[in-house]
Write a new protein. Structure first.
Length: 233
């Protein structure tokens, strides 16, 4: 039996302020296998982005356990957390978060500048070029992000997410700022990446796009409705 790449057990997340507590995630258990493609849907505020932040080690859990590749994420240092985030995980958000002052190619190279193992300039350049080719934007490498269409900018963001060769892509409403044609292109690209072996966890409001995943999970008020676990789904 394949072991889960991502395994959550009874995970809860509570946001606390002076005056109130928000239970964003309640008792979530979920297994995601290598090569899986999971779509998460649910109403606004039900906890989808919080779940992705937890999976992406951008936020900590309040209770429960998170194992990534069999390693308990509560037991590692902040430095290790940053390393794992940079090495194993790629992020794609609704807003492209590109840096406007530098070229498309430099944007894509950026994560490699923070890699644990030093990467030579030549290697960074080659890896970034290869990722831009994957998203069909080799001919735009010297442009600045603002000189590209929204769909092209999102594809640059995808190339940037891929440049450090992540095993898991965490994707939050990638088509939210795109027209339907660009949205379709981005979704087709995600499907191709999944076919090549990348695990994908996608949050989307669009049921057509959720249908492109191998598994669909629904959230409601911080809970996961009938969360099947990995291979037994
Ligand atoms: N940093 C935070 N501090 C306090 N509460 C938060 C914080 N982040 C999220 N929340 C709350 O947690 C709940 C879940 O938010 P989350 O952003 O995960 O929802 P979502 O399902 O992604 O919604 P949407 O579809 O609108 O993006 C909401 O009630 C939200 O107000
Ligand atoms: Mg959200």
């Amino acid at each position: 039996m394949t072991t889960a790449q991502i395994s959550l057990r009874n995970v809860s997340k509570v946001f606390e302020t002076d005056t109130m507590e928000t239970h964003a995630l309640r008792d979530i258990s979920l297994d995601i296998m290598p090569g899986d493609y999971v779509a998460i849907t649910g109403p606004s505020g039900c906890g989808k982005s919080t779940l992705l932040s937890i999976l992406g080690l951008l936020d900590s859990i309040s209770a429960g356990e998170y194992q990534l590749d069999g390693q308990n994420m509560a037991a590692i240092s902040l430095d290790q957390t940053a390393l794992i985030r940079n090495h194993k995980l790629g992020f794609i958000f609704q807003s492209f978060n590109l840096i406007d002052e530098i070229s498309v190619l430099d944007n894509v190279m950026l994560p490699l500048r923070y890699a644990a193992k030093p990467v030579s300039n030549e290697q960074m350049y080659q890896q970034a070029k290869s990722c831009l080719a994957k998203v069909g934007l080799s001919h735009r490498e010297s442009h600045k992000p603002a000189q590209l269409s929204g769909g092209q900018q999102q594809r640059v963001a995808i190339a940037r997410a891929l440049v450090a060769d992540p095993k898991v892509l965490l994707v939050d409403e990638p088509t939210g700022n795109l027209d339907s044609q660009s949205g379709n292109q981005v979704m087709e690209l995600l499907s191709e990446l999944n076919l090549q072996g990348t695990t994908i966890c996608l949050v989307t409001h669009d049921s057509r796009y959720a249908d492109m995943a191998k598994r669909k999970l629904q959230m409601l008020d911080g809970t996961l409705l009938h969360a099947p676990s990995g291979e037994n789904a």
